[in-house]
Structures are given as C-alpha cells and as structure tokens.
Design a binder for this molecule. Structure first.
Ligand code: ZN
Length: 638
C-alpha cells in the first residue's frame, strides 16, 4: 500500500451526486476522449514515435507538448482507479509504450530536445520546461501505478527522476522556470520511499531565489536552447516575462525574486506559484520545517486577504499570467486562469491535510464551485483559459485544443474529485466536502465506510451513514458561510460551535449523521481599496457566487442598482442550465420617462423605478446567448 496524493485514494471514493456526477461523466465521455484524439491530431504522440525511432526534426506543437500526454495519462489513470475500462486501459498502455520507447537509456525523455536541440538539454531552465514536463510524467506515473499496480509508467518516471537527480546539483545547478517537478518528486518519494526524491525536491525549493542561474540564462539568451523552434522563439519570450518596468531581469515571474522562506507576498505567474506552494506544503508535512511553514501562512494570508477574486480565482494580469499588487482585482480584464484556480485547490487541499483546519476546505469549496467550474462549459467540450468577472459579451469558451494547459488540468481534477471530499489525519476521518459519495477506506488500519448524500449547492442538507470496525472519530465541516448549522447523530444533537470541524468521537455501526446548513443570499462588498468594486455588491448564495447575464434581464446590466439591503428570491429551475437556482434581487433602474430627445437633464428631475435583477450561478455563465455579464453590481454603497 502506497500513500496516495492525498490521504484518501481516488479509488476509495465513488461519487454519486446530483450536481457533480454529470460533470464527472462528461469529463469521462467528452473531455478525456477529445483529449486523446487531440494527442494524435496535435502530433504529441507522433513526437514520441519519432523520438523512439531515433529520428531528428519534425517536432510538432508547443515545446512542452509532452505534458499533454502526461496529463491525459494522469486523468485516465484516475478513471482506471475507479472502475475497470478495458478500452481506456488499452489506449493508456499504448501511450505508455510510446513514452517508454522514446526514453533514452540514461532516463532522459523530452521529445522537443530529442528531436530539435539534442545538444542543448538543460540549457534553458527558464523557458523550455524540461523539468515541468518531467514533473507531469512523474505525476502520471504515480497515478497509473496506484490505479493499476503496474510499474510500466512508474519505471519511466523513476528513470527520469534518477537522471534529474544525477544531473542536478552536479553538472547543472539551477531551478526550473515553471515549478512542477518539486511536488512530483515528493509524490514519487511517497510511493517509493526513496529519500533522494524528497531531498531533490528540497534542493529545488531551497535553491529558488538563491540561484543566479535563471538570471545568467536571461543575460545569455543567444547561448541557450529555444531559438530553433519554428513557431516562435522560446528564448526571446524570457525578455517579456522576466523583466521589470526598467527592462532589468526580475525573477518574480518564477517566484525566484527571493528564497521561498523569505517571501511575504504572492508574486509572478500564478500557476507556478501554486505548484511551488503545494510542493512546499508537502515538504513541510514531511520535514516539519517551521520557517517554510511560516512562509506558507504569510503567503496564504496575503493571497486570500488582498489578491484573490471573490470566486477564488487568482492572478489578475495577462502578460505575466499572474499576481500584481494588493487589491488589484479588475473585473473585465481579469486573467484568473482556470489552471491557477486548480493550482489553488491543489495547494489548499495540502494545507487542509497538513493542519486539519476547515478554512482551507472552505476555500477549496469556493474555488471548486466558482473560479474553477466556470472554466468548463456545460457541454464538457469548451473551456475558458481566462475567467473575467465582467464581460461585454465577447468572451467565450473555446474547444480545449486551442489552449493546451487548462482542459487536461480540469480533466485530472474532475477525475480525482473524490480525493477532495474526505481526508484522514492522526487516526481521524474528515468530511471535507459535501458531495454525494460512498467512501470505503482504512483509517490507521480500521475499515471505515461512509455513505454521503448531499443537496448542495442548492440547499444545505447532508446525510452521512457511517460504519467503522473501530472507534474512529469523524470530523464534519461546518462551512464559514453557514448562518446556522445543526449536526445530529441518530437524532441526537452534537455540539456545534460556529464554523470549523465538528468532532464526533464514538463507535460507528451504521449511525446516521444529519447535517443541516442554513444560509442566506448575501450581498458582499469588497475592501474599499479594490477600485473596480467600489460602490458595488456581489451576490452569494453560498457556496455559489452569482452573476447577471444580459439574456435574463430586460435592461442593459449597467442600469441596475442593487441596494445593499436588497432582498432576493431564490427559484430552482430544473430545466435551466441543467438545473440551477436563480435569484431575483430587488433593484432599481432609471425611469425612462422624459429622456426622449435629451442626452442630459438635471439629475433632480430624473426618477427610478423598481425592477428585479435576475442572477444565475457564475459557473454557468456563457452557456446561452452571448451578452453582457457582471458579478459586481452597482449599489448604494459609498
Ligand atoms: Zn491553464
């Protein structure tokens, strides 16, 4: 038995949930299928074939295209962990054979370098993503091994990791421009028990910010790999993203501006930051490094209180795909990459498992239902790379093949969602997310079964039927959004003291735990320093953030004003957007009488009239007729 990515294995949880099952099914039948076809169409598999045959040239796609195959393998492996699927298993094995065939004797595998610049491997750590691709290879290898017990891909991952371990700290000293290898090496350590992978992950974490290698590469762009690429110069790209306003080298894009343990603010490319912090949290969990832990707490505080959208989305700026300054959270130009939301979920789940603190599960929930889920269309075939909080109607999801990173990342999150529903810690079970599911696991050697049904996100009724071979305490989360909560065991009230985990320590023999979570539709204001949100309110009906779309409203959205004490009426509409609860919020709009023929009038002569602003969950926007969308509505707040 090996340690899974988180404390509960994907295969231990079977999700059967009114809200989530359709998403997970579409992920299996649409996304994973499309993604496989695309591996062939984009040339990703052909690159491996050519490398295996010892050919030169003919590389297709982005230079980090190998990672598409790895992410597909990881998502497919999670599906195989949950249920046997001979057709999928056959394709998985075929792809693994191609990768194994392309791997060199010394363990190196990267088809861009093998086909295009065989003499320049490890010369452009900033931009060429060899370690990033290798990290995804290792994550796929671990997922496949845990799903099937087979070593076919694990051996490839181990070969690559051993090669990296030989080369780095010896022939090459440096860190990758795009983090990913760090968290992957820790996963590999947890599966193999080999300390050298943990040590190498620590090397990469500790060297970042001390390392002058990235700056050296920046100053020697003509000497490093990346100029041979036909569809764009990967080396020159560094000149855009690794510079400050004066054109000088600035490592913050890759979180290399300071050692991690000295960082106070989340900086740079937000996906990179999340993958780094996920790895650092794993490292803290393994080593108890208090200085690194203090940095994690500071960075989380900075992100969640000053640099995060109400949707849980992060990274407002396009050019660096990343963080900017405190309170800089524009709505219409928000970047908020889908992958960054996914990365935040990765990081927060690790924080949760390390501490057992419910606030991290609260943020996983907020990000799952809003910042992440908006990234995927209801057809399972179209994706947002960028997730604005306001739109003039010209921002739409696109087929997954037009942007390589977000769709396969969404695929692996949907396929492994069960891991986020439960966790175990110090011999106790935690119910982290309310998703209808059956859990069969062991907690410190004790068999435990939980059958959960949940009415979230529309109402807050959860039932857990629990069986355990021994006295395993079960901790049930009361979310921060619950205005009132009751937890009963076979009808008897348990003590609930505000938000956080309610600990139920007892024997379990099929007892039923009923959780009732009350919540109101709530109007939310942003800190006054957020320029774009001043005088505005957003509407939440937790865990969902709501948005207005033109298609539901008679007047242009800019005409609606929502008083800060407005009432809202919730209506569940089973046939709208696959079943959503809509909100009609009391608002006012300008009275149009008297405006005919005039552009300007004395304000004192104008009037307003009552109207209702209709809202749908933010995740569901852009699935109907295109038009304006906004999350933040004009209000009477000063
Ligand atoms: Zn992405």
């Amino acid at each position: 038995m090996t340690t899974p990515q988180y404390s509960v294995a994907v295969g231990d949880v079977e999700i059967d949930d009114e809200f989530w099952t359709p998403w997970i099914r579409r992920n299996r039948t649409e996304t994973i299928e499309y993604q496989y076809d695309q591996l062939e169409e984009s040339g990703a598999l052909e690159n491996f074939r050519r490398a295996a045959a010892g050919r030169e040239g003919g590389f297709q796609g982005m230079w980090f295209q190998d990672s598409d195959a790895y992410k597909w393998l990881e998502a497919a492996s999670y599906e195989l962990a949950k249920a046997d699927d001979p057709g999928l298993r056959e394709r998985v094995d075929e792809v693994i054979d191609l990768i194994a065939g392309a791997q060199r004797e010394d363990g190196y595998v990267n088809t861009y370098f093998q086909l295009v610049e065989p003499d320049k491997q490890w010369t452009n750590l900033n931009m060429l993503h060899e370690l990033y691709c290798g990290g995804h290879l290792i994550e796929a290898a671990v997922a496949h091994y845990q799903a099937t017990g087979e070593r076919s891909l694990l051996d490839v991952g181990v070969g690559f990791a051993d090669h990296v371990d030989d080369v780095f700290g010896d022939e090459v000293d440096g860190v990758p421009g795009h983090e990913e290898i760090e968290l992957a090496l820790i996963k590999l350590y947890r599966v193999t028990g080999e300390d050298r992978y943990l040590d190498r992950a620590r090397y990469f974490v500790d060297l970042r910010g001390h390392d002058d290698r990235l700056a050296w590469e920046f100053d020697h762009l003509d000497e490093v790999a990346g100029h041979e690429y036909s569809d764009g110069d990967a080396a020159e790209g560094a000149e855009v993203v690794f510079t400050d306003d004066d054109g000088e080298y600035d490592g913050s894009y890759a979180q290399a501006h300071a050692p991690v343990r000295e960082q106070d603010t989340v900086e740079g490319h937000s996906v990179r930051a999340m993958y780094l912090f996920a790895a650092v949290t794993d490292l803290v969990d393994e080593t108890g490094d208090e200085e690194l832990w203090a940095a994690m707490e500071r960075l989380w505080e900075n992100m969640t209180t000053k640099r995060m959208y109400v949707t849980g989305g992060i990274g407002p700026e396009h050019e660096h795909e990343g963080f900017t300054e405190d309170y800089d959270l524009p709505n219409e130009t928000a970047y908020a990459e889908t992958c960054a939301a996914i990365g935040s979920i990765f990081w927060n789940q690790r924080l949760l498992e390390h501490t057992g603190e419910a606030k991290y599960a609260d943020l996983v929930e907020r990000t799952l239902y809003n910042g992440f889920l908006a990234g995927v269309g209801l057809d399972g075939k179209r994706f947002f790379y960028v997730n604005p909080l306001a739109s003039s109607g010209d921002h739409h999801r696109k087929g997954w093949f037009t942007c390589a990173c977000c769709p396969p990342n969404a695929a692996r999150l949907f396929a492994s969602l069960g891991q986020y529903c439960y966790s175990t810690r110090d011999g106790e079970l935690y119910v982290d997310q309310f998703v209808g599911s059956t859990l069969e696991t062991t907690v410190d050697g004790v068999d435990v079964t939980v059958e959960q049904s949940s009415s979230l996100p529309w109402t807050g009724d959860v039932t857990l039927a629990i069986d355990a071979e021994g006295p395993v305490p079960v901790n049930v989360r009361v979310p921060e959004w619950a205005t009132d909560a009751t937890v009963t065991v076979d009808g008897e009230d348990a003590d609930v003291d505000g938000a956080g985990f309610v600990r139920l320590a007892r024997e379990w023999d099929g007892e039923t735990v009923e959780v009732t979570l009350e919540r109101e539709t709530e109007l939310i204001a942003a800190h006054p320093a957020v320029e774009d949100d001043v005088g505005r309110v957003a509407v939440e009906r937790a865990p969902l953030v709501y948005a207005a779309e033109a298609v539901d409203n008679d007047r242009p959205l800019h005409q609606y004003a929502v008083p800060s004490d407005a009432d809202a009426e919730a209506t569940h509409e089973p046939s709208l957007l696959e079943g959503v609860t809509t909100l009609d919020v009391d608002a006012t709009v300008p009275d149009l009488d008297g405006w005919d023929g005039s552009l300007y009038r004395p304000a004192s002569e104008t009037a307003s009239e009552e109207a209702a602003l209709t809202l749908v969950p933010y995740y569901a926007w852009d699935n109907r007729e295109a038009g304006d969308m906004q999350v933040w509505h004009r209000s009477d707040l000063s």
